[in-house]
Design a protein around this ligand. Structure first.
Ligand SMILES: Nc1ncnc2c1ncn2[C@@H]1O[C@H](COP(=O)(O)OP(=O)(O)OP(=O)(O)O)[C@@H](O)[C@H]1O
Length: 589
């Protein structure tokens, strides 16, 4: 992700904001003042204008609106409004009234930060969070004191529900699933079911008790599900947790496919539930900001060593100094990092005016880094939903944004896959751009026929290969290559037809990692083979028998990669011979 300043245009603003005020939606004046003073929100976005009155009314809601359209405040504002009006005034000892479930730690911190700002004047409403990677005892202490609005990742929440006796949730009124589909994709389905059972908020089954009967505030439960993309699993969660939900921002076709008819109330077809075309939809399936410019590039490309690599772009005299290839700060963020490093990278990148973030899908959802100018996808995203969320980190709330997707010639069918969801990309004129770069001694030379033979590319490749030739760098590059190839096999269903490792020209892939030769894919997994085999047999057997939940082993997408690597090492030593069955089990993580 590359951050830089961009301004929205006039016309885009009218597509984003509703022609009304927050107070006209029924929110308390003091809360409206806080939204303006603390967050700078003068008017509601379209999705906020649609969702806030419905959520205020107490209905269960399913919101499906484009990335960056303001869904967070759409659900937080009504909750704060009600809590602010509770009589007698709520106290910390009343425990938790609202629970916001999110898929990642960074999103947890982000939602908490927004709460913290908006609740500034309402000091008796206490925000807090619990999430994986944090100190449990400190969290227990905070829960004991009381948290009115709790943001949580599912695994850690379940842990506290089971093991923290002082966690009071008898007054719980709201359960909110932000990025509902991602929570389920990460394999938290069983945890969610357990959480709903423990909280007595499941719509079917004996455990259901939708009013907090022991509560001094007797309000019916209200559950909310939100995401820019929805899928079959969300349908299941919706059935499990929502009662007669109002669908916001969803075209009729999708409402039918979500198949919630049995739950839809008679007023589900009211005006306020109609299709929200104005939120920047370009598709009846997936919603993308209209001002987002999406491009793809059709070449094997270079692996740029962003923080250290120096390059002398033209083949001029040796005296000419080398320059850093990327002239801004670079950050990295992925699930295998230590929690503290993860937090620092997340918070620092957020503050930087001009910076580059290298990240895995841990950043794909919900994160709201300000002024991100461009999303570059070097690894293909897989499901179209993932594409939508990744590019959704830019072009937020009417800002302009660009995205660039790297595709190899054999992968061009991926564009058709995206088109099925109304997502269309134009080809990035790479050769033209390269031709515009200065070349030593050839001011206006152009008309190179191929990218590979372009002097600029050749000299860059040479410099990269020289840089990667150092032993440490070479090991890094080889590992990166192997991981990349392994991850390539992770595509499911239709996508397996497009991303076929057998069709890959591995020599070219190696070149894109600045390697002169293709590393061997055999024997690169450093796991004791005997242990691996035993482990694999155990996991496969247990999976088959249904006695182990793979989600217990894996919490995040990145870890599923190590498991895939593990199986690769175990089964054949070669990724492209991996057993289909095991693989599909891995893919359900
Ligand atoms: N009414 C508003 N006025 C001005 N800015 C707003 C308003 N509502 C939200 N924003 C800003 O818009 C940006 C996007 O909001 P938010 O992160 O809630 O979007 P989202 O719909 O949840 O996106 P995603 O689907 O990617 O999670 C944030 O920077 C937020 O501060």
């Amino acid at each position: 992700m590359v951050a830089a300043k961009r301004k929205p245009t006039e016309t885009e603003e009218s597509d984003i904001f509703a022609p009304c005020s927050f107070s006209s939606l029924g929110l308390h004046t003091q809360l409206c003042e806080q939204l303006e003073e603390r967050l700078g929100f003068k008017a509601p976005t379209l999705v906020q204008a649609q969702a806030i009155p419905v959520i205020l009314s107490g209905r269960h809601v399913l919101v499906n609106a484009a990335t960056g359209t303001g869904k967070t405040v759409a659900y937080l504002a009504p909750v704060i409004h009600h809590l602010h009006l509770y009589q007698p005034r709520i106290q910390r000892s009343d425990g938790t009234f609202a629970l916001v479930l999110v898929p990642t730690r960074e999103l947890c911190l982000q939602v908490h930060e927004i709460l913290h700002k908006v609740l500034h004047r309402f000091h008796w409403i206490v925000p807090g969070y619990v999430m994986g990677g944090e100190n449990r005892s400190k969290e227990k202490a905070r829960l004991r004191k009381g948290i009115s609005i709790l943001v949580a990742t599912p695994g850690r929440l379940l842990d506290h529900l089971k093991n923290t006796a002082s966690f009071v949730h008898t007054n719980l009124r709201w359960i909110i699933f932000d990025e509902a589909d991602r929570i389920l994709e990460l394999g938290f389905g069983k945890e969610i079911e357990e959480i709903l059972d423990l909280l007595g908020s499941r719509q079917h089954g004996s455990a259901a008790k939708n009013v907090a009967v022991t509560s001094k505030y007797e309000f019916p439960r209200q559950n909310l599900l939100l995401s820019a993309t929805l899928n079959e699993k969300v349908n299941h969660l919706a059935k499990m947790s929502l009662e007669k939900p109002v669908m916001i921002g969803m075209p009729e076709k999708k409402r039918q496919s979500i198949a919630l008819h049995e739950h839809l109330g008679s007023d589900a077809d009211d005006d306020d539930t109609q299709t929200m075309n104005t939120t920047g939809s370009v598709s009846e399936d997936y919603r993308l900001p209209a001002q987002l410019t999406q491009k793809y590039v059709k070449v094997d490309f270079h692996y740029s060593l962003l923080s250290e690599f120096q390059f002398k772009p033209s083949s001029g005299p040796d005296a000419e100094p080398k320059h850093r290839f990327v002239n801004c700060k670079t950050f990295r963020l992925h699930g295998n990092m230590e929690q503290e490093d993860r937090r620092t990278a997340f918070e620092t990148f957020k503050r930087e005016k001009s910076a580059l973030l290298l990240s895995t899908d841990v950043c794909a959802r919900g994160l709201d880094f300000p002024k991100v100018k461009c999303i570059i996808q070097y690894d293909s995203p897989g499901e179209a939903t993932e594409y939508v969320h990744r590019v959704g980190r830019t072009a937020r709330l009417g800002e302009r944004g660009d995205s660039l997707l790297f595709l190899q010639p054999i992968e061009m069918d991926y564009l058709k896959e995206l088109e099925k969801h109304g997502v269309s990309l134009t080809e990035f004129p790479l050769l033209k751009i390269l031709d515009s770069f200065p070349l030593y001694g050839h001011k206006h030379v152009r008309k190179f026929v191929s990218i590979d033979g372009h002097p600029w590319v050749m000299s860059l490749q040479k410099a990269l290969e020289a840089f990667t030739d150092k032993p440490d760098m070479k090991t890094l590059a080889k590992n990166a290559f192997c991981s990349w190839v392994r991850a390539y096999t992770a595509h499911r269903g239709e996508l397996k037809r497009i991303f076929m490792v057998k069709k890959l020209h591995l020599g070219h892939v190696a070149k894109s990692f600045a390697l002169k030769d293709q590393p061997s894919l055999v024997g690169t997994v450093k796991i004791n083979p005997a242990y691996s085999r035993a482990m694999a047999v155990h996991v496969c057997g247990a999976l088959k028998a249904g006695t182990v939940r793979i989600s217990e082993l894996m919490r995040e997408h990145e870890r599923s990669r190590s498991l895939k690597e593990h199986f690769c090492g175990v089964f054949k030593g070669k990724i492209y011979h991996i057993g289909e069955k095991v693989f599909s089990s891995c893919m359900r993580l």
